[in-house]
Design a protein around this ligand. Structure first.
Ligand code: 8YV
Length: 331
């Protein structure tokens, strides 16, 4: 509680839509960081001290050390579906509820994943760069000729909500046979609906014409696409990553792209973002976007609203809609 009001004190660690901020201010004593850049970790910790709630995004790391320094913290609400920036086990052990924003970004993120696949396969960024640089001189039969998309084999690593939404686009929109690998196999009726076939990771790598990474980041997913995996892919294949940067070994990918051991890549996420591996920046056959797969205004508003719903419910005796560790609520 704030010393001046009877409202719980919370930190809103990044800019939020005005309507969402107003809802939060009606329920809480809000410490608002409205700067362009994330708070440095020490300042994040200092400003979270004494707060009951944290409203964060994927750019704020919640560690065990931070939790120990902020014992008043009861709930962490992230405006993201991914939560690898939060030590969930440490939160649960300390009775801190964590919530994320699933579902509301699924379709927009899948739209973007498919757009990135198409831009990569059809060399759109390369073409635009060439045009802007005055390099468009004439027509030639193979001028900026890319890979086919329709009817080719779509591979998906990580068949959760977003993976399935991408599979649906490939299957229904582009007549693509879909193969996938995932920790667990989908029910057979879902596979039939998506036209998707479960395969080993090795088969996925060998057979996909376009491979899209949509798996959550975890220690076991770290660099799970590295030199040996890239070596299994077709030399004509496209790799798209809309999941997390750390899943791909970027040095190995840059080498494979340079040596044309795969045709092209489309990356929306980077290990150590917003820094981008310099080796990638010089290559023509990679489309690079700044982590914007969920970035449509309606989707971002929905994510911000859902994170606020979670925070308000958690601190006012309600039922948070999307908890990640609901066991904390029943404890
Ligand atoms: C966000 C994301 O843009 O939801 C996620 O996990 O990666 C993106 O949608 C970002 O993390 C904002 O918090």
């Amino acid at each position: 509680m704030s010393a001046l009001t009877d409202k719980p004190a919370v930190l809103v660690a990044r800019r939020a839509p005005e309507a969402v901020l107003q809802r939060l201010q009606a329920s809480f004593e809000v410490d608002y960081h409205d700067g362009e850049l994330p708070l440095p970790p020490a300042e994040l910790q200092a400003r979270l001290h004494g707060k009951a709630g944290a409203y964060i995004t994927g750019t704020e790391r919640i560690t065990a050390a931070l939790l120990d320094a902020c014992p008043a913290l009861r709930v962490v609400c992230t405006m993201s579906v991914g939560y690898n920036h939060i030590d969930l086990a440490a939160c649960t052990a300390r009775g801190v509820l964590v919530t994320n924003t699933p579902d509301v970004l699924t379709e927009s993120t899948a739209d973007f994943g498919f757009a990135l696949l198409m831009a990569t396969a059809r060399r759109m960024s390369e073409g635009e760069r060439l045009l802007r640089d005055g390099g468009w001189k004439s027509w030639a039969w193979d001028f900026l000729a890319g890979s086919e998309v329709h009817g080719t084999t779509l591979g998906i690593l990580g068949m959760g909500r977003i993976g399935q939404a991408i599979a649906r686009r490939g299957h229904f929109g582009f007549g693509m046979p879909v193969i996938y690998h995932n920790r667990s196999r989908l029910p057979v009726d879902t596979e039939a609906e998506l036209g998707a076939r479960y395969v080993s990771k090795e088969t996925l790598l060998r057979e996909a014409d376009h491979l899209v990474l949509v798996l959550p980041y975890s220690a076991e997913a770290h660099h799970c696409i590295a030199a040996p995996e890239l070596a299994l892919m077709k030399p004509t294949a496209t790799l798209v990553n809309v999941a997390r940067g750390g899943i791909v070994d970027e040095d190995a990918l840059a080498l494979a792209l340079r040596e044309r051991r795969i045709a092209a890549a489309g990356l929306d996420v980077f290990e150590g973002e917003p820094r981008v591996n310099p080796a990638l920046l010089t290559l023509p056959n990679v489309v690079l976007t700044p982590h914007i797969a969920s970035a449509t205004l309606p989707t971002r508003r929905a994510m911000a609203g859902l994170a606020a719903d979670n925070l308000i419910a958690a601190l006012t005796g309600g039922k948070p809609p999307t908890p990640l560790n609901p066991e904390v609520l029943s404890a």
